[in-house]
Every structure is written in structure tokens, then in C-alpha cells.
Design a protein around this ligand. Structure first.
Ligand code: MN
Length: 411
């Protein structure tokens, strides 16, 4: 990685270094939302720099509530915009130095969902997570189902309830039936959980009937976000047989507002775990497609400051994004720009790296403590869950900021 130096003040350890430059949608003072790029504690207003004639994409693409139309221009153009902004933020005689109005403080901005999500798919690609869940709910000796090492298992989620970081979530209600009950009851979920995930945003559409190979898949991925797939375990447990997750998942998922491009993450690629048995040919891939992204989950309550309850890493994923995309389209299912595909809960090998409370409290049997000494097994009302993630190499950091959400009582 060449060393770049920006003339903008970027705090040490900022997720939004000159190497990152993620895209998002922001608004100031209740004005219409528009597109920007994050640098340090600032946002570069893309509409404004387009109007100054400093980038080649028309300002109308940035004067939008979502990035979908901009992303649809294709990577050749979107990458050029990012690199042009990088150049404007690094060159000595930058014209932006005389245009302070193109910079907005992130403190003054409200962030919005960056894309219109037409479809959302959730995978189940962490072998550690799938093994833990299998041990708890099925057979401790034979935790993985027989299809797991052959198929990147997934389900179609609900796109309408995907919200941007900072949005409060009401505790869901639903049908619950525990083993000691004869019949189900209707109640507020008592086992509310988070899932530490990363999601990718589809950047190139396909036609119905078209397949995307693992080799072509990167062209179809615009970038990544942090993703919290909130889950009501008690509702999920009763409803999921035989067709899979439904209302225990569809009440909300939260995503971070800044989309970090696949190109910005290029230096952090690592080899994924060995896949045994050998996968079918359409799932084979060449090169490195896992990413070394450090992840953490913090939990706070009305009485307790934030406690870090998990540290994991995106590099643990058994199935990579290229395989997920190849599998998703192998039957000819079409993709649309803005679709979100999430990884599934990202757990590591040991207890400190589990990506859900289901695993951390082992099904509610092992309470853990917040900083003020209060105990938790699942999320209580007014608790806040915050996920963070960043990649770092040779002192160069590319991060995601955070995805946070507070659970309010049921409506
Ligand atoms: Mn999930």
C-alpha cells in the first residue's frame, strides 16, 4: 500500500482514514438527504464538489435519498469518484482548500440508510456459530447438519425493516412455546438477541436466469457494512420448523451508515479456512477472499456504561462472499443494485469471540455481567448494543464506524 498523506485533520485511529473514503447518505438541519464521503470527522459533500466541476459524475446522482442510482453507474465510475476525492484530499494545491463549504462535520449530520434495499438475504456462514447452535438445539456430537459443508446455507430475510444505525427498536411480540407448555402463548419476546454480522451491498444487477461465477462475483459487490440481525430466540425456536426463520427475525435489522468499498478493503484480504470435503465446482474459487476485519460488540444499559462482550473477526467465515454470491445466483435468481446479503453471525473459536447472546449465555444458562455488576442472559428493555469493526495493517486503518441500537419496550 502506498503511503498517502491528506491535508485534512484526521484523528489518530480514525476509521475514516484517507485509505477508506466510504460512501453514505447524510442530511444537515433537516435539508434533503444527499451523498457524501467520510474523511476523519468530516463528510465531503459530493453534490457540492460535482457542482464545482471537480468530479466527472453529474450532481444529480448525489442529490438523492439513496446511493442506488450512483452505484448503478458501475465500478469504473464509482471507483474513479472515490480516487478523484482521494486525490483532491491529498494534493498540495487542492482546489478544495478554498472551498470549506464542501465539508460538513459528522457531528452536525444525520445519517440515513445508504441504499434502498430491495431484497435482503441472510447467510449462516460461520462454522463456529453453526456448530454452537447445533450443539445447543440438536446433537452435541453431530452439531453440523449434513448439508452445511456443501451449501452456503441462507434464507430470504425482510428488507422493509432494515434500519440505519441509531434507530430504536421496539421489543417484538409473538408466539412462544417452551417445552413445558402444552400450547403456545402470545407474549413479548423474553429472549431478545443480536447477531454480529457483516453485510455486502450488491453493486451490479443481473438478469433472471444469469449465473455469477465466484470469479465474477467481486464485480457485483459494491461494498460492506456492519450488520446487526436482531433475533427473538423464543419466537424463532417455535416458528422455524420446517421453513426457517420468519417473525423472530423480520422485526428489525440494523446497518451501519457508511459503505466501505471492496476496493478499500483489498489490502486486508486473507486466506479463508480450508473447506473439507471439497466443494462442488461452481463454489470453487481462486485467490484470497476472506477479510481480516476486527469486530467487537459492546452492551450498555440505563445503569451501566458500555461493556465489551465479544471480540470476533470477519476472517473466520467458512464461506466467503464470492461463494455466497455464486450460490445465490446458481439457480438464475436475479440480483438488483442495493440488495443486501449478510454473512450470518460471525463467531470465533472461543467464548470471548461469540457473535450472539445465544452463544455467550449458552442458551440463557450462563449469565454474564455488565460493568455495573448487573447480569444479563438476553437483551433487556433500554439496553443498547453497539458493534464496531475495522481493518488495520502497517498502521493504515480502514473502519466501519459503528452500528448501534437501543431496545425499547413493546409498543
Ligand atoms: Mn442472522
Amino acid at each position: 500500500m502506498t503511503t498517502l498523506k491528506t491535508w485534512v485533520t484526521v484523528p489518530h485511529n480514525s476509521d475514516f482514514s484517507i485509505y477508506n473514503l466510504p460512501f453514505g447518505i447524510f442530511s444537515v438541519n433537516g435539508d434533503a438527504p444527499k451523498a457524501g464521503i467520510a474523511i476523519g470527522e468530516l463528510i465531503v459533500d459530493l453534490e457540492a464538489i460535482s457542482e464545482l466541476g471537480l468530479i466527472s459524475v453529474d450532481a444529480s446522482y448525489f442529490k438523492q435519498k439513496t446511493l442506488n442510482e450512483f452505484i448503478s453507474l458501475g465500478k469504473k465510475i464509482t471507483n474513479k469518484v472515490r480516487l478523484d476525492v482521494q486525490r483532491l484530499l491529498t494534493i498540495e494545491n487542492s482546489p478544495l482548500k478554498n472551498h470549506s463549504e464542501v465539508f460538513v462535520s459528522q457531528k452536525d449530520a444525520k445519517m440515513h440508510l445508504p441504499v434502498h434495499v430491495g431484497d435482503y438475504t441472510d447467510f449462516y456462514s460461520s462454522i463456529e456459530h453453526a456448530t454452537n447452535v447445533g450443539k445447543m438445539f440438536r446433537d452435541p456430537e453431530n452439531a453440523l447438519l449434513s448439508n452445511w459443508r456443501h451449501i452456503p446455507v441462507g434464507y430470504h430475510g425482510r428488507a422493509s425493516s432494515i434500519v440505519v444505525s441509531g434507530t430504536d427498536i421496539h421489543r417484538p411480540m409473538g408466539q412462544v412455546k417452551t417445552n413445558d407448555m402444552e400450547v403456545p402463548v402470545f407474549k413479548t419476546s423474553g429472549n431478545l438477541d443480536f447477531e454480529l454480522e457483516m453485510g455486502f451491498v450488491v453493486g451490479k444487477s443481473t438478469e433472471l436466469g444469469e449465473r455469477v461465477s465466484t470469479k465474477q462475483a467481486a464485480e457485483h459487490i459494491f461494498g460492506l457494512v456492519l450488520f446487526n440481525d436482531w433475533s427473538a430466540r423464543d419466537i424463532q425456536k417455535w416458528e422455524y420448523v420446517p421453513l426457517g426463520p420468519f417473525l423472530g427475525k423480520s422485526f428489525a435489522s440494523s446497518m451501519s451508515p457508511w459503505i466501505v468499498t471492496l476496493e478499500a478493503l483489498e489490502p486486508f484480504k486473507v486466506q479463508g479456512p480450508e473447506q473439507q470435503p471439497e466443494v462442488l465446482s461452481y463454489l470453487k474459487y481462486e485467490g484470497e477472499h476472506n477479510y481480516d476485519i476486527q469486530l467487537e460488540v459492546g452492551m450498555s444499559s440505563e445503569s451501566s456504561s458500555e461493556t465489551t462482550i465479544s471480540r470476533s473477526n470477519f476472517k473466520y467465515m467458512y464461506w466467503n462472499m464470492m461463494q455466497q454470491l455464486a450460490h445465490h445466483t446458481v439457480n438464475g435468481c436475479n440480483l438488483n443494485v442495493g440488495d443486501v446479503m449478510a454473512s450470518g453471525t460471525i463467531s470465533g473459536k472461543d467464548e470471548s469471540s461469540y457473535g450472539s447472546l445465544l452463544e455467550i449465555s449458552w442458551g440463557g444458562k450462563k449469565p454474564f455481567e455488565l460493568k455495573d455488576g448487573s447480569k444479563r442472559t438476553f437483551i433487556e428493555d433500554n439496553d443498547t448494543v453497539t458493534m464496531r469493526g475495522f481493518a488495520e495493517k502497517d498502521g493504515k486503518r480502514v473502519g466501519f464506524g459503528q452500528v448501534t441500537g437501543t431496545i425499547l419496550p413493546s409498543k
